[in-house]
Design a protein around this ligand. Structure first.
Ligand code: MTE
Ligand code: HPA
Ligand code: MOS
Length: 754
């Protein structure tokens, strides 16, 4: 395979992130003073000691904000700087500018802030008991679960917990801002959503959006952390530039980033599941307590995805699921790959595990018997079309040689003293579309230059997922040109307006479709011109291999010659394409509709080994069968599957986000927060793509890939649990992510899980 030049540059460390950008003359550096308690009130701020360090130090507080001190996108509960109260440990209180970053940090630390602490709450269940919600709760119901439970041969209920997850993008949050003439401001932001940044900055500075230009280059990762929350740091840089009149660069160090920014939402959930004697699931109920943190942020959209994935890959006729957004004094939890779905998948898989155990039957029998099949409807009334759940499951069992694998594990466990093995399968059905319906749109701008080369701009942000390559491939296939002749421009609010963030795995679907539509407009005009030149009807013209074809046969007229002729004849060689996903609807009052364009399917099998002495789990193998539709680029998709798997395994087994009882972040560095690394990853990972299928909702029948494979990591929980049960059949089950060695030890020793 030919190496992708962009990936090579990235691998070699040649990519320029915000902090690598050259600074204009006089550039100031920003630092923030963060709060040091879970909740408190500012009484006074004395800047003397900071100014004493250097008189040029600039100290900016809430009252210096020229526009509105508010950046909350979904609810106005997020002041950029607190006027009075702060709501979590690590919240920015004061912005400081200085000639160097080191001086700015020292000055921020030197500020004398007098304050008083206020009562705070960290526990979402306690917040719920006190009625402290970000927004009202939501329930999706179908059938009559109460009656159905009465008819069930088995009913099991319990509690499921899952922890937060830190993004640990390679590039921390940051932005660069310059005040420009004409009352304008220019920003480069490490954001997944330039339009969101533009909106927030306009609001904070009191400007109209046409005075704010936001550019985004390749990010050193986002993983959801820069979908909404990049706006905070961009707004600080913009505010600094506006107040000082100088360019300002803001770049968080790792510790500040880990303290101040949002992470995956922790959830705690009560469930109840019922099945008939044959193992058919008849009813499922869940109450999800989402720990939303201190502000609204994306919590409602994330809760929505939780509620829409409550039954995972399974058909359940009677359902009642309620989600609560519990307000706590922790950093506002935010988007993280999977966006509320992994939390829901873990709950339903735990419930199925529990009921299978109650029946004394293998978990995978119950899973297989209840998979969605073609023509089923979800509990919110969406028909499953092109359903590949059973196909994925059966293909996986064959690929992993499930029966042989189980027999091998049984034999191993019978002969080993100090370790046990276990295996588990997870099926995945992941809905593709933004859960907030109006967000399902994208624009593109395409120019063909007079030398025949092509420039494509869209709203898509490149953050390592290779959306640039995918859009390039779409343009290349549409125009019939080689990839080398297509250049993908960085993302800017000047070229494409009102963009949605690159998120929900829809980046290449939506922007690829928009780019394709723009290319097709230009081709339409070129076909007329080519028809004239060749004296054939425009309808007989097509384009391939940089040549014009007539009725599919080479005409002798090259792309370059045609472009020359088109320029001479004043043909418009630029076009704007706009795509809005068709067919989506959702009735929020009835909680019924078709919120997703389609589903991505797949299944994974994980084999894990537990060291009974150390209490550590290691991964032997992961086998995956995955539906990429008709993949645009299998190498890219494979990279996405492996990356998402690593994050899923990390969330499930390793990453232990902790706060002290006082709300202090305890895992704010890479020495206290454990990440999956190469040695943690399974010795063997095998991925097989399901046969290609058609998908009209993405370019060239491809399918989104970014988030669905994260769910595969959840199988590791049940694989480890299996190994634990083999070691100690009477052990007390618990469902609590991450399954860290402390919990493994607790199971093995019969102690209460911590
Ligand atoms: N891959 C890399 N390398 N870096 C990232 O930040 N983000 C993930 C996924 N894959 C991410 C990534 C998330 S959370 C999403 S929603 C999708 O990429 C977004 O990009 P796409 O829609 O173009 O797939
Ligand atoms: N995923 C990611 N971001 C979003 C979504 C979603 O489903 N809905 C709104 N913002
Ligand atoms: Mo991804 S969590 O939708 O940015």
């Amino acid at each position: 395979m030919k190496a992708n030049p962009e990936s090579l540059a990235n691998l070699r460390g040649q990519t320029r992130y915000i902090d690598d950008l050259p600074e204009a003359e006089g550039c100031l550096h920003a630092a923030l003073r963060l709060s040091e308690s879970a909740r408190g009130r500012i009484l006074s701020i004395d800047a003397k000691a900071a100014k004493d360090l250097d008189p040029s130090v600039i100290v900016i507080i809430a009252s210096d904000i020229p526009g509105e001190n508010q950046i909350g996108g979904n609810k106005p509960d997020e002041p950029l700087l607190p006027e009075d109260e702060w709501e979590y440990w690590g919240q920015p209180l004061v912005l400081v500018l200085a000639k160097t970053r080191a001086l700015a940090r020292r000055a921020a630390a030197a500020l004398a802030i007098s304050s008083e602490n206020l009562p705070f709450r960290l526990d979402p269940r306690k917040a719920a008991a006190a009625g402290d919600f970000i927004l009202p709760s939501r329930t999706i119901a179908c059938g009559d679960p109460a009656a159905a439970f009465g008819t069930c041969a088995y009913v099991v209920s319990g509690r499921v917990d899952s922890g937060g997850q830190e993004h640990v993008y390679l590039e921390t949050q940051g932005a660069y801002a310059e005040r420009r003439e004409g009352g304008k401001i220019f920003l480069v932001s490490s954001t997944q959503g330039p339009t969101g940044v533009q909106k927030a900055v306009a609001k904070v500075l009191g400007l109209s959006m046409n005075k704010v230009e936001v550019e985004a280059h390749r990010l050193g990762g986002g993983f959801g952390g820069k979908e909404d929350q990049a706006a905070t740091w961009a707004s600080f840089a913009a505010l600094g530039a506006w107040v000082s009149g100088k360019p300002v660069k803001l770049y968080l160090n790792r510790k500040d980033d880990m303290r101040a920014t949002g992470k995956r939402h922790p959830y705690t959930t009560d469930y109840r599941i019922g099945a008939d004697a044959s193992g058919k699931i008849l009813a499922f109920e869940a109450e999800y307590y989402q720990n939303s943190g201190s502000t609204c942020d994306l919590s409602p959209a994330i809760l929505s995805r939780t509620l829409l994935h409550a039954t995972g890959a399974y058909r359940v006729p009677n359902v009642r699921v309620t989600g609560m957004m519990c307000k706590t004094n922790l950093p506002s939890f935010t988007a993280f790959r999977g966006f509320g779905a992994p939390q829901a998948f873990f709950v339903i898989e735990a419930a199925i595990d529990a009921i299978a155990k109650a029946m004394g039957r293998p978990r995978e029998e119950i899973q297989r018997a209840n998979l969605f099949t073609e023509g089923d409807s979800t509990y919110f009334g969406m028909p499953m079309k092109g359903c590949r759940a059973v196909e994925s499951w059966d293909a996986l069992l064959a690929k992993a040689d499930w029966n042989g694998l189980k027999a091998g594990i049984t034999a191993y466990n019978a002969s080993e003293r100090l370790s046990r093995k276990g295996a588990a399968i997870i099926p995945v059905c992941f809905g593709i579309s933004f859960t907030k319906l109006p967000m399902n749109e994208a624009g593109a701008l395409v120019h063909v230059y007079s030398d025949g080369s092509v420039l494509v701009s869209t709203g898509a942000i490149e953050m390592g997922q290779q959306v640039t390559r995918k859009i390039g491939l779409v343009a290349s296939r549409t125009l019939g040109l080689s990839l080398e002749r297509i250049s993908i421009e960085r993302t800017s609010t000047l070229t494409v307006a009102n963009t949605v963030p690159t998120a929900a795995s829809t980046g290449s679907d939506l922007n690829g479709m928009a780019a394709k539509l723009a290319c097709e407009q230009i081709l339409g005009r070129l076909a007329v011109k080519a028809g004239e030149i060749l004296a054939v009807p425009a309808s007989s013209i097509s384009f391939a291999e940089a040549q014009v074809r007539v009725d599919g046969k080479p005409s002798g007229l090259s792309w370059d010659k045609l472009i020359e002729a088109a320029v001479d004849d004043r043909v418009d060689l630029s076009a704007h394409g706009f795509y809005a996903t068709p067919g989506l609807f959702y009735d929020a009052r009835a909680e019924r509709g078709s919120p997703f364009a389609y589903y991505v399917y797949g299944a994974a099998c994980v084999v894990a080994k537990v060291d009974l002495v150390l209490g550590t789990a290691s991964l032997e193998s992961v086998t995956i069968v995955h539906d990429s539709g008709t993949s645009l680029d299998e190498e890219v998709d494979l990279g996405q599957i492996e990356g998402a798997l690593a994050q899923g395994l990390g969330w499930t087994l390793l990453e232990d986000l902790r706060f002290g009882e006082d709300g202090r972040p305890l895992t704010d560095s890479l020495s206290t927060y454990k990440l999956p690394d190469a040695s943690f990853m399974p010795e063997k990972t095998e991925v097989e793509f399901l046969p290609p299928v058609k998908n009209p909702y993405a370019p060239f029948n491809s399918k989104a890939v970014g988030e669905p494979p994260l769910q595969y990591g959840i199988a590791a929980y049940f694989a480890v649990l299996d190994a634990l049960r083999a070691a100690r059949p009477e052990g007390k089950d618990f469902y609590s992510i991450p399954l860290i060695p402390e919990k493994i030890e607790a199971f093995l020793s019969g102690a209460e899980p911590c």
